[in-house]
Write a protein that binds this ligand. Structure first.
Ligand code: G
Ligand code: G
Ligand code: MN
Ligand code: NA
Length: 254
């Protein structure tokens, strides 16, 4: 209850901010994109982790406003970095089920692109398999409308959902994000290694690009690179960073 009331004010009081976690091209070692992750700095509660408020925001519907703020802020930040000559990056934002169900989703994405001037292909929208569980037909139509805007679409936490693989051939997806639970034991567990290499092959056979999440060690990185994974994201390279820290990292790689 305390969280819910405070969360209602968080947007107006400017208490939310974004952290950015680098996504690195495994062939070049360069940062090619970032995932925007919301943070809440409350004056008394301190830093509230998303695990404590994203669920509440989902239940109350506040996630629709928060998600719109996240998309706008992330797109504007990416455009500013691009204008500063820091590279043609792609920024990924997480889309919640509530946002997916909102009537004005397409218009709000369109508006963010128009207002910020960010090239559509530099905005990636992360979807989870749970979004497709209920009724597949409206989901397919909605995804095609999103895709028609030119944005990039990815499946987050790939492999953990209950959906059938059949949606992969019907949905206009660009990227699979391998869930970090499969990556964790990749160098010790033959089954996890088999799952990860199979997801990489599946993605490439479908002409999708593939990114591994939760990469924490050099051994995991080497394994993923040698098996043709395109990109990685994880603590081994960097935790999610405040915008000024992320910008420093970008400047270093220039
Ligand atoms: O780094 P991390 O603790 O940021 O994130 C915890 C969880 O919160 C993850 O599952 C992540 O997908 C989710 N999350 C972070 N930012 C957002 C956001 O902007 N929107 C939604 N819907 N979920 C988010
Ligand atoms: O659910 P989603 O994949 O959107 O959320 C990303 C979550 O993963 C965030 O909570 C982020 O902080 C966390 N994360 C990012 N890199 C790593 C990592 O290398 N190891 C672990 N354990 N978590 C990570
Ligand atoms: Mn994500
Ligand atoms: Na994930």
């Amino acid at each position: 209850v305390r969280i819910e009331g405070a969360l209602r004010n968080a947007l107006e009081r400017d208490e939310l901010m974004l952290h950015y976690q680098p996504q690195v091209d495994l062939a070049t070692g360069k940062i090619v994109g970032m995932e925007a992750l919301v943070r809440w700095q409350h004056p008394e509660l301190g830093m509230v982790p998303p695990t404590r408020f994203v669920g509440v925001a989902e239940e109350t519907g506040l996630i629709v406003q928060i998600g719109a703020w996240v998309m706008r802020t992330a797109a504007a930040q990416n455009k500013a970095w691009q204008d500063a000559g820091l590279g043609r990056l792609r920024v990924a934002v997480n889309l919640s089920a509530r946002q997916f169900g909102a009537a004005d989703l397409i218009e709000s994405i369109e508006q963010v692109l128009a207002d910020t001037g960010l090239a559509p292909e530099c905005l990636e929208i992360e979807l989870t398999e749970s979004l497709f569980m209920s009724d597949v037909t409206p989901a397919v139509e909605l995804l095609h409308r999103m895709k028609a805007l030119g944005v990039s679409l990815s499946i987050d936490d790939f492999g953990t959902g209950y959906s059938s693989l059949s949606y992969l051939s019907r949905f206009p997806i660009d990227v699979l994000k391998i869930d970090r639970s499969f990556v964790a034991d990749i160098t010790h567990d033959a089954n996890d290694a088999a799952i990860v290499t199979s997801i990489i092959a599946l993605a490439h056979n479908l002409k999708l690009s593939v990114i591994a999440e939760g990469v924490e060690t050099r051994e995991q990185l080497d394994y993923l690179r040698s098996h043709g994974c395109d990109e990685m994201q994880g603590y081994y390279f960097s935790r999610p960073l405040a915008a000024d820290e992320f910008e420093q990292l970008l400047r270093q790689q220039r």
